[in-house]
Design a protein around this ligand. Structure first.
Ligand SMILES: [Zn+2]
Length: 66
């Protein structure tokens, strides 16, 4: 079980495409994936912990006033 857990932890695979990480682009496999990750950050994808949050935050109320 420990081996599986380590494999799926993403420590040695690109979080974008799942390929092996290149030390030069850690923690990604290439600059391309690093750019993709950066774009995700900028667009706020990582700022939405939908899985962990069961909607107990009233943030949507403010966002949906348009
Ligand atoms: Zn990648």
């Amino acid at each position: 079980m420990n081996e599986i857990d380590r494999k799926t932890s993403g420590a040695h695979s690109c979080p974008i495409c799942g390929k092996p990480v290149e030390p030069a682009f850690k923690p990604f496999c290439s600059k391309r994936c690093a750019d993709i990750d950066l774009n995700r950050w900028l667009s706020g994808v990582y700022a939405v912990p939908a899985k962990d949050d069961d909607g107990e935050r009233p943030d949507e109320g403010e966002a949906s006033k348009q």
